[in-house]
Design a binder for this molecule. Sequence first.
Ligand code: NOJ
Length: 542
Amino acid sequence: AVRSQVVESSRAWWRHAVVYQIYVRSFADGNGDGTGDIAGMRSRLPYLERLGIDAIWVNPWYRSPLLDGGYDVADYREIDERFGTTSEAEAFIAEARSHGIRVLVDLVPNHTSWDHLWFKAALAAPAGSDERARYHFLDGRGDHGELPPNDWQSVFGGPAWTRVPDGQWYLHLFDESQPDVNWEHPEVADEFEAVMRFWLDRGAAGFRIDVAHGLAKAPGYPDVGGAANDGRGQPEELPYYDRDEIHPIVRRWRRVLDEYDDDRMMVAEAWVAAARRPLYLRPDEYHQAFDFDLLTATWDADDFASIIAASISSAQAVGSDPTWVLSNHDVVRHPTRYGLPNDIEPGLWLLDGDRGLLDEERGTRRARAAAMVTFALPGSAYVYQGDELGLPEAWDLPLDVLQDPIWHDSEHTVKGRDGCRVPIPWEPTGESLGFGTDGSWLPQPPEFARLAAAAQENEPGSTLELYRTALELRRARLVDEVGFELVDRGPSVLAFRRGDSFTCVTHMGDDHAELPDGEVLLSSGPLHDDRLPPDTTVWLAS
Ligand code: NOJ
């Protein structure tokens, strides 16, 4: 079957941007305290420019107890002192721009830290006060209010409610250190608008919005019949996700962004059903919403093809463009995911799965092939730091170093996300492989030495060089190309054309597939004469 789609073209930068995600704590340590920081990020801007990216999304860098890696914000206008200062952040945004790189800031509007002034004020104030109304404080059930107000569960495990000394309970869809704010309180909306302006005034190109699907909770806080909370869902099943009341909030944000020049944008982290995603992408709402369908897909050509076709047409139907994501700081890195059999859940395998099931070489081959697919597609691509080095998950982290609250909140049944947050190896030798001068907050696995950026630099065939070449070719041949067409090249082969003279073919099966005619521009692995080996993508001029 051949399906044809025309992708809307527009000059707005974000429509075809390659956005590089920096997990500040683990990227580069400039002051030698074992934690990444803005000074380290600054020192690596030439590397990022050479990589060929258009923008950076910075994970939360605000003042925070870092109980959920900074998604527990104590002050939205201040940088955590371990990362630097607010004026350094401003200087970083400007300096990145001089390298041709825009900076998106991560905004966390669903919850604050329990160290935020608002929450401290809420604790100090009585039940029924205005201070408590900025959060979700309720009386408990049971004769003495000793039971939580309802049966909602937290994403990380355990009840979504914690009791305070005077007996009331507060809602937290994540860790207990992350109380959910009440978006029906007018001060909440005013404050987040002011915070947005604060960062836009400092040059931010826009925002990645955390838990964009969680801001509204159903009136009356109805029980869910014990349903688990895996962070995603439909409003009928989980009355705290994807509710219609979210959209007026987004429209207000959009009006703020539109007041600024230079195509400011916002991208939603909205874990909603694919059919509901376009609602967030209406012309007066988000510019983009992450498409996690490829990230959650297993290695299967039919699945990839149908996801790609659906994502392009649903984004396009509302005037947006698709966004492609293979990894981020919340999931098992894709070289490891792709090295496991399709029926294994990687996040659960981490704790005590059969290690013999992991084929790391195959995972790496597939990761390289998948990256070339995302870079050849219309729309924008998100790269998580270390993807360009082919870093696998640090799946062997000792339990006593784990920091992710999931480990504790799940009562030690889920290992959590630390394994994708291990500091980047910049050099093949030295204390923390060039990450910093005095260790790193999580241990790096020995194989990171071989994958260090300096070890891959100018090394033909290295993943770093593959990314650089792919991004250069993308810029030269694909960014202005509007056409997209899936092509049927037989079972287990994903193939599509972009315009008249570019074809991307990926062999996702076991045998060899036929290599189409055309000049090979780039391939993710060695080719054998006219055959395309398994787990390989090739770009052809044809
Ligand atoms: C999504 C973020 O990506 C994740 O890291 C965080 O734990 C939750 N939102 C809660 O903020």
